[in-house]
Design a protein around this ligand. Structure first.
Ligand SMILES: Cc1cc2nc3c(=O)[nH]c(=O)nc-3n(C[C@H](O)[C@H](O)[C@H](O)COP(=O)(O)OP(=O)(O)OC[C@H]3O[C@@H](n4cnc5c(N)ncnc54)[C@H](O)[C@@H]3O)c2cc1C
Length: 427
């Protein structure tokens, strides 16, 4: 969430049509959604379209969570390649999961087109850039698996990746043309607008503090004093999950992702740095990801410290990565610095839980939730409307807190330092 030391590049457009922040009163609803990020809003939109009565409650302002703060890279797929998913989940569920993973970028760009969302976007692909032979082999393996499934993907050699990124130090990489970039805050706000016009009520500044089952309904109470009843509740709180439902926060490791944006590039660099407007993630253990913004800045992100930032120096690792990739940017001002939270799970997959009848939770975006949560929200709405769990791409699993969760952050901090050191050796 923004602090004095957090100044995101994504700003609410002054001309944006605001959605109506609205808290319904009266009878029981079909569903209350806790969390108004992409997951909650996509669920709300599709559930309202399916005829359900929906209330979204967010503890802050819409877009204040990861959904309005992220890098805006719309990347299909999961952390795992198709063959791993089939081996792990079995032929039937695995194939269905591969198809779902392949469709997640389409979910975003189809919504933008079909709902006429006012969202700046470019759909020219995502490059996974390899800086070692091992990473190059992994890219070739990924390319083979997705090409066999008809995906519009391509391996890049050293010259091709140098021409497309203008960056130094890559041996090659992989281009996934299904992907693209958006302005994530505009997308989240526009999702809220269309969900509200489809009939969903969306209320900001309504932190949910209590959930209880009463006479067959869920009673949802907020800190501000609202009290709503519904047949079902969806917890779409992801990395910002608090202690609302016992044990849920302990199933994820929340990490901070820090981002910077340069000043708009001068004309002589525009044609050299990401001229095609692709998004890039590199293959380092502590990866950095970057893109151009619609106003011609370079936006770059990477893991940051878990404590809240206290000075601009806390973004120094991002600035170093920027100049390592693009020495020509050494003199260009960094004008924006901000951060947000991502949620990791131990198996690096999103988790869907149903701890009690009518209570659902979705956590664990793994830092790649723009497409994923857009697509998952649609499936979740479908599940709420018709109750067929086989429509959900991931199995509903019990809430299993990570053992020694309280010490996990210490382990993560040590691992990040160690991985940064290994990455530095491979430079
Ligand atoms: C810096 C950064 C960069 C990223 N870059 C990318 C990227 O380029 N591409 C990509 O695909 N993904 C990226 N991600 C990940 C992506 O942003 C997330 O996966 C996605 O936005 C998650 O959406 P969500 O709706 O599940 O969660 P969020 O958008 O985080 O929404 C959760 C909401 O729950 C609310 N909430 C929590 N507790 C309560 C409560 N008790 N009561 C009421 N409301 C509550 C919060 O206020 C918040 O608004 C990035 C994330 C970050 C932080």
């Amino acid at each position: 969430m923004p602090t004095a030391f957090s100044d995101p590049v994504w700003q609410k457009p002054p001309t944006a049509t605001p959605f109506q922040s609205d808290l319904g009163s009266g009878g029981a609803l079909d569903v209350v959604i806790v969390g108004g990020g992409i997951m909650g809003l996509s669920t709300a939109l599709h559930a309202a379209r399916a005829g359900l009565s929906v209330q979204v409650l967010d503890g802050g302002a819409i877009g204040q969570g990861a959904s309005g703060l992220n890098g805006g890279q719309v990347i299909p797929g999961l952390k795992y390649d198709p063959e791993w998913l089939i081996e792990h989940f079995g032929k039937e569920r695995g194939e269905a999961l591969v198809q779902f993973a392949a469709s997640t970028a389409d979910a975003v760009f189809d919504l933008i087109r079909d709902e006429k969302l006012a969202v700046p976007f470019t759909r020219n692909g995502w490059i996974q850039a390899a800086h070692t032979e091992t990473a190059l082999k992994a890219a070739a393996n990924r390319d083979r698996q997705w090409r066999a499934r008809g995906a519009d993907v391509k391996l890049l050699d050293r010259d091709e990746i140098a021409a497309m990124t203008g960056a130094e130090g890559y041996l090659g990489g992989w281009l996934d043309r299904r992907a693209g970039v958006i302005d994530p805050l505009s997308y989240t706000l526009e999702l809220a607008r269309v969900a509200a016009s489809a009939g969903a009520r969306i209320a900001e500044q309504q932190k949910v503090v209590k959930l209880a089952k009463e006479a067959g309904f869920w009673r949802v109470a907020t800190q501000a004093g609202a009290d709503v009843r519904a047949k079902s509740v969806v917890l779409a709180t992801n990395a910002y999950t608090d202690e609302l439902w016992a044990g849920l926060a302990q199933t994820i490791v929340p990490l901070h992702s820090f981002q910077i944006a340069t000043a708009s590039l001068p004309a002589e660099l525009v044609s050299k740095i990401l001229p095609g407007g692709q998004a890039v993630s590199d293959s380092r253990r502590i990866l950095v990801y970057y893109r151009r913004s619609p106003d011609g800045r370079i936006v770059l992100g990477g893991r940051g410290r878990m404590a809240l930032p206290s000075s601009a120096g806390d973004w120094a690792h991002c600035e170093r990565a920027l100049v390592r990739l693009y020495p020509a940017l050494a003199g260009i001002a960094v004008e924006k610095r901000w951060f947000g939270r991502v949620a990791l799970t131990p198996d690096h997959l999103p988790h869907l839980h149903q701890p009690e009848k009518g209570l659902l939770a979705v956590v664990g975006c793994q830092g790649r939730g723009v497409g994923l949560m857009s697509a998952l929200g649609k499936r979740m709405a479908n599940y709420l409307a018709i109750g067929d769990a086989t429509q959900l791409p991931f199995p509903l699993s019990p809430i299993r807190p990570i053992p020694f969760h309280a010490f996990r952050q210490v382990g993560v901090a040590a691992a990040i330092t160690w991985y940064r050191m290994l990455d530095a050796f491979e430079r």
